[in-house]
Design a protein around this ligand. Structure first.
Ligand code: S3P
Length: 171
């Protein structure tokens, strides 16, 4: 099986959908941000604060190379900016979780751990800047994606089922 690479904006639900997909398939899942935190022994927020975004992106590049050369049969959940990696299409089938900005923010705010979820994402702290980033990125997300799933008002379970159906012809 080819890898599945989940892309999409911060807070769109990549982790939740990934966890549902693995319950209903043979896939194993990993998360690029978790890998980076392990490699650096630091939380993403601290990496941004102490080492800067440029450093973070350089580790993402290293991870992207490793994913391409070393991984199979895996559902890879990625950070919101990971889709910019040059080799992204060589890592696996690209699945975009898509939703309007307002719905993504509504979704995060409704979460019991909302404050924590926003605080740990440096690029989500200023909502105006985050909206600008979303507007810049959305056409690029759509361009790189093989499969698009509109997650608005859908459960992670329904998104996972839709994903498994739609990726069949690619894996
Ligand atoms: C980022 C998204 C974050 C994390 C980092 C940068 C981005 O991941 O990789 O804070 O550039 O959109 P999530 O999409 O899991 O929040």
């Amino acid at each position: 099986m080819k890898n599945i690479v989940l892309i999409g904006f911060m807070g769109v639900g990549k982790g939740s959908v990934a966890r549902e997909v693995i319950k209903h398939s043979e896939y194993i899942t990993i998360d690029t941000d978790d890998l980076i935190e392990t490699m650096e022994n630091k939380k993403i927020k601290k990496i941004f604060q102490e080492d800067g975004e440029k450093h973070f992106r350089s580790i993402e590049k290293k991870v992207a190379h490793w994913l391409e050369t070393s991984l199979k049969n895996t559902l890879i959940s990625t950070g919101g900016g990971f889709y910019k990696q040059k080799n992204i299409k060589d890592i696996g089938v690209i699945v975009l979780l898509d939703s309007p900005f307002e719905d993504i923010i509504k979704r995060i705010k409704a979460h019991p751990n909302a404050v924590k979820k926003i605080k740990k994402r440096p690029l989500l702290n200023d909502l105006k800047l985050a909206q600008k980033l979303y507007d810049e990125r959305r056409p690029e997300y759509l361009e790189v994606a093989d499969v698009v799933i509109d997650v608005t008002n859908k459960s992670a379970y329904d998104c996972a089922k839709e994903l498994l159906k739609k990726v069949k012809k690619y894996v």
